[in-house]
Design a protein around this ligand. Structure first.
Ligand code: CMP
Length: 138
């Protein structure tokens, strides 16, 4: 069983999409094994997106991610990382496939409603960034 981290970003929370996103994951074979709402500071958002430091969108992205509450969750399932990425769709909502979360609900490449880990190493880092071992169901 693989684990991945997903975030309902501040735009998704603002649009009341928390339940919709979780339902989409649960209906597609993923199990929620960790879940909470967080209010990231700018510093904390910068730490989470450290791999993107130096990129043109880093400042705007981390300001947005610290602009309001987000819901972070750990999901488990066969092929969880890829499965979540398929359900989210491409980063840019305009390029995302029909029926995906980002295509349906995203406003633009930054305000794209959800985040999902892009590989096993990032999933490990990202889960550890938000969750203590005791906060994950076993
Ligand atoms: P996410 O999956 O959370 O990972 C990094 C985020 O940076 C990405 O989704 C986008 O919301 C955001 N972003 C903003 N501009 C870009 C861009 N030009 N390329 C990639 N990601 C971008």
């Amino acid at each position: 069983m693989e684990k991945t981290l997903s975030i309902v970003k501040p735009d998704g929370v603002e649009k009341r999409l928390v339940g919709e996103v979780i339902k989409r994951f649960e209906d597609n074979g993923l199990k929620v094994i960790g879940l909470k709402m967080v209010a990231m500071s700018k510093r904390e958002a910068e730490g989470f997106y450290a791999v993107h430091r130096g990129k043109s969108f880093f400042e705007s992205l981390t300001t947005f991610m610290s602009s309001g509450p987000a819901v972070v969750m750990v999901l488990e399932g066969d092929n969880a990382i890829e499965r979540v990425r398929d359900l989210m769709g491409a980063t840019d909502p305009q390029e995302a496939a029909k029926g995906t979360l980002r295509r349906q609900f995203g406003s633009n490449i930054e305000r794209n409603v959800v985040h999902g880990s892009d590989g096993p190493d990032t999933a490990g880092f990202e889960i550890g960034y938000f969750f203590h071992a005791l906060e994950i169901a076993r």
